[in-house]
Design a protein around this ligand. Structure first.
Ligand code: PLP
Length: 360
């Protein structure tokens, strides 16, 4: 068996090897204290220090302003689809949504259960192959916020520039957080399931403007209120200790490798290698329109579904794993988040060239 294959999975996804090695040590014996990391009480001073460090690194890397809380929650990014309207909207209020794929649609569904989702744009009729440009939609005056998904993991599309609105922005950044600089002050809430660019599954990072903490209706259960978690430093109940610890390690790795801007540069380089390959031939066809292409998830098709199946199997046999596209669009998808090595992209391109030669 190889030591390590290239894992193109969309999430849980490749983590830095340094992080895996450190975690495997600390799980058994944390900081040589004779106790495993995942045995520590979440209220012990050792774990509190771990959680504090993870939070301060998220703040530092993303330049989170002082009037925002950083929360570590459970329930996955999907719970945020409901928590956002639950905490921000009364039953007769609405939020505006840009429907750019499966994850946006799921958020729209939840918003409509609780209040009203005003869908200002949809790219569904072109299988979500692009995101809207500024001016392709408008946000109603009586809307409370503009909600969008910065990177559409399944379709391989990404907002290059964040939408601009005089309403507060709410963003699902599950699949591109820590991959680029953002002006957090334009946002009410940013959230991200950690399992793509931040760590393992099990924790969702929520960055929320403090004045929004008091908007929840009286009837909202305690665990579903952002304020509950904000008031207790994400320790109202037992937090996902291991996942929080890993987010801290990943943040340290990002910092040691130049921070978010260095990640953005590296990510752009890696993605360009793959898109250049796709554009150099008719054998491979990118799913996303050029101006909407994601730097995180590169989606493409081959001339037939049979060739795609063969491609995915042969690639896997060569240690290029996880290239199968999401079941809703099929085809192939290479997820190349921050921690995915450039060499893996180069190897994939070499494999693609060889496969084309043998099968066209
Ligand atoms: C952009 C985006 N949002 C939300 C989710 C759902 O995340 P979770 O499984 O943590 O609920 C995913 C999962 O792939 C995603 O890619």
């Amino acid at each position: 068996m190889p030591d390590r294959i290239y894992n193109f999975s969309p999430g849980p996804a490749t983590l830095p090897q340094e992080v895996l090695k450190q975690a495997s040590k600390d799980i058994v014996n944390f900081n040589d204290k004779g106790i495993g990391l995942i045995e520590l009480s979440h209220r012990s001073k050792e774990f509190m220090a771990v959680a504090d460090e993870a939070e301060s690194l998220v703040r530092e890397l993303l330049e989170v302003p002082d009037n925002y809380k950083v929360l570590f929650l459970q329930g996955g990014a999907s719970t945020q689809f409901a928590m956002i309207p639950m905490n921000l909207l009364g039953a007769d209020q609405k939020g505006t949504y840009l429907n750019t794929g499966t994850w946006a649609k799921k958020a729209i569904k939840e918003a409509n259960i609780i209040a009203q989702a005003d869908v200002a744009y949809s790219s569904e009729d072109t299988t979500f192959n692009h995101v809207p440009a500024q001016g392709d939609y408008s946000v109603a005056d009586d809307s409370e916020y503009l909600y969008f998904v910065t990177n559409n993991t399944i379709y391989g599309t990404q907002f290059k520039d964040m939408p601009v609105s005089d309403k507060m922005l709410i963003a699902d950044m599950s699949s591109d957080i820590l991959s680029r600089k953002i002006d957090i002050s334009k946002f009410g809430i940013i959230f991200a399931g950690a399992q793509k660019n931040m760590g393992p599954a099990g924790v969702t990072v929520v960055i929320i403007r403090e004045d929004l903490l008091d908007r929840a209706p009286e009837t909202l259960p305690t665990m579903l209120r952002y304020k509950t978690h904000a008031d207790k430093g994400s320790m109202f109940n037992t937090p996902p200790c291991f996942a929080i610890y890993c987010v801290g390690l990943v943040c340290k790795w990002v910092k040691a490798n130049g921070g978010v801007e260095a990640m953005a540069k590296m990510d752009a380089e890696k993605a360009a290698i793959l898109y250049d390959m796709i554009d150099s031939t008719d054998f491979y066809k990118g799913h996303a329109q050029q101006d909407s292409r994601s730097l995180m998830n590169v989606t493409f098709n081959l001339p037939s579904p049979e060739l795609e199946t063969q491609f995915i199997a042969e690639a896997a046999a060569q240690g290029l794993d996880g290239l199968k596209g999401h079941r809703s669009i099929g085809g192939c998808r290479a997820s190349i988040y921050n921690a995915f090595p450039k060499q893996g992209v180069l190897d994939l391109v070499a494999f693609m060239q060889e496969f084309e030669k043998n099968n066209s």
